[in-house]
Design a protein around this ligand. Structure first.
Ligand SMILES: [Zn+2]
Length: 425
């Protein structure tokens, strides 16, 4: 049966719009959640940009029916996102402590010393590598954001300003560089070309080297209703099972895993060359794989319940805010993290609900959140204006923020976190 011209045109149109899986290449047909249109979350605006047109891109997340990789299409180019990245990790105390503890653990467990080389992918301003330097372990950072890499170099952390992938890894090996430890914290999710990235790690790793990767755990995202951790910079959302599958395709074996509380629940995955038997697969790696299997992470239906949970969450947040405003209360935001912008744009929360937000990062002061145009001030603004509620956007840091801002109790102020459920305390 031959197709009419109209059918051919339709066929073409749909094949042009159906996205394919970033890992296995299958067509993506199944929605995980659809948060509508949102601006790139790190693109804070200056006052003179407020009257200009802003780019909004879909936050439509799919799940692959073959490999179960949960993913967002690449709508915004990484060059656009990362060349002037405004996020400096050094500004969170608990994150620094986490980084320091990690370096001590690695030096001890894998006996790193003056002859080793640690390479960090997306090394930011060198906040983590500095602790290896303190322990006399040679380091090399790779960081695509120019302004952030400059800060690292100032601190004496050797840093290459580049996007990591197979091509770069091959060049490094040609120049005689190979790593004993390759680490990537919160970078795997942000890599558009996942396959080139993993292949690059395989190439760069010494025969007995170890890779550790930290990223938010999809299981915790679903359980904890963390829809706001979805944003354009996060292309992929990993279960442990899917991670193992991805690594295996490139000849890497995941031999250990830790479940961490960072970023609402992350995994630290340990991998090595498949032929390197010096690190046997641990019981806890087997246990987590088993737990995910039992929880249904290899069945499509498991992924379908999330979207309705997200919608209900929006209704609850809106109910709280509307009731508070009707009662004449003032509400200020705390923090200007990427995840805040997903939540604010999805729920359409502007200065009609939040008067302003504050952030410890001076780089953000005087700017406005993308899409919602909520102004960002220094934290002192809260003491000056005494809001009834402080709405904590980086809810994963709520305990730290509660301590820092305990003075809001002086005027009867209360904290609110929106995720996993609206909670006032
Ligand atoms: Zn796939």
């Amino acid at each position: 049966m031959s197709m009419t011209m109209e059918q051919i045109a339709l066929e073409k149109k749909s094949s042009a719009t159906v996205a394919t899986c970033r890992f296995c290449g299958s067509a993506l047909h199944h929605t995980f959640t659809d948060l509508g249109m949102s601006p790139p979350c790190e693109s804070n605006l200056s006052a003179d940009q407020l009257n200009q047109m802003e780019g909004f891109y879909p936050l439509h997340v799919f799940v692959c029916e073959h490999c179960f990789l949960v993913q967002l299409e690449e709508y915004v180019s990484p060059e656009h996102i990362f060349t002037e990245y405004a996020y400096f990790s050094s500004f969170s105390d608990s994150w620094l402590a986490h980084a320091k503890a990690y370096t001590e653990l690695m030096v001890k467990r894998f006996q790193l010393g003056a002859k080793s080389l640690v390479v960090e992918l997306a090394s930011n301003d060198g906040y983590l590598l500095q602790y290896f330097v303190e322990q006399s372990v040679p380091v090399l950072g790779i960081e695509p954001a120019v302004n952030v890499a400059k800060e690292a170099t100032k601190k004496g952390i050797p840093t290459l300003v580049k996007f990591f992938g197979q091509e770069m890894a091959a060049e490094m090996v040609r120049d005689g560089t190979q790593a004993d430890l390759i680490l990537g914290n919160n970078v795997l999710a942000q890599v558009p070309d996942l396959c080139s990235f993993v292949a690059g790690m395989k190439t760069l790793l010494k025969p007995h080297g170890v890779i550790t990767l930290e990223f938010p755990h999809l299981m915790r995202l679903i359980e904890g209703n963390q829809f706001d951790t979805i944003y354009h910079e996060h292309f992929s959302y990993f279960s442990f099972l899917t991670t193992m599958k991805i690594m295996a395709k490139f000849g890497l074996t995941v031999f250990d895993v830790e479940e961490l509380s960072t970023h609402g629940g992350s995994l630290r995955v340990y991998a090595r060359h498949e032929q390197d038997t010096s690190h046997p697969v641990t019981e806890r790696a087997r246990e987590l794989a088993d737990r995910e299997e039992k929880a249904g992470f290899t069945r499509l239906e498991t992924y379908f319940s999330f979207d309705e949970k997200v919608k209900e969450s929006k209704r609850k947040i809106m109910t709280f805010l509307i009731e508070a405003k009707r009662a004449g209360k003032s509400i200020a935001g705390y923090g200007a993290p990427g995840k805040g912008n997903t939540l604010l744009n999805y729920c359409a929360i502007r200065t009609d609900f939040l008067d302003y937000t504050v952030d410890r990062n001076p780089y953000k002061h005087g700017k406005f959140l993308p899409g919602t145009h909520i102004p960002i001030f220094a934290p002192e603004k809260i003491r000056q204006t005494k809001p009834d509620y402080v709405f904590i956007l980086p809810w994963n840091l709520k305990n730290e923020i509660r301590e820092q801002l305990s003075y809001i109790r002086e005027w009867g102020g209360k904290f609110v976190v929106p995720i996993p459920e609206v909670e006032v305390f």
